[in-house]
Design a protein around this ligand. Structure first.
Ligand code: ZN
Length: 144
């Protein structure tokens, strides 16, 4: 893929992920969204552990004296486990870091209230959510 096309594609994907987060926060509220993101990310951590078990199981089963078909099947299982594990690790880290990135901005700059705000507006172009504090009516932007 051409680097420019890849950059545009990644920006579109990132924008859609950010807007999906904004939509979910608007529907469920920040606390529920945050809880779901943590559960989702830790589900990927469980998948990572399971794929590590699959990789170790493949290493345990592999034998150089086994028939070639069995060796190939074992290598295929190890490769699939490794690929799934790498994907799960990337998703785990991404979801956790994204949730923490937004959670770190969820504190009202005026009264220090955590997660006591309502979304007011969203800007898809800059992946930003404008929020207003329920306690002191202070407004600020959260980068998604
Ligand atoms: Zn406030």
């Amino acid at each position: 893929m051409h680097p420019q096309a890849r950059r545009i594609w990644l920006a579109a994907i990132g924008g859609s992920i950010a807007m999906k987060a904004a939509q979910t926060i608007r529907q469920l509220g920040f606390r529920k969204w945050y809880e779901r993101e943590l559960i989702h990310s830790h589900a990927h951590l469980v998948l990572l552990v399971l794929s590590a078990v699959g990789l170790l199981g493949s290493a345990e089963v592999y034998s150089g004296s086994a028939p070639l078909a069995d060796q190939l099947l074992t290598v295929a299982c190890a490769t699939a486990s490794a690929a799934i594990g790498l994907w799960a690790l990337r998703r785990y880290v991404y979801l956790l870091m994204h949730a923490e990135h937004i959670a770190n901005q969820a504190v009202c700059p005026q009264c220090d209230a955590y997660a006591k705000w309502l979304p007011v507006d969203e800007d898809a172009r800059y992946k930003r959510l404008s929020v207003r504090c329920k306690r002191c009516e202070c407004c600020w932007d959260i980068d998604l």
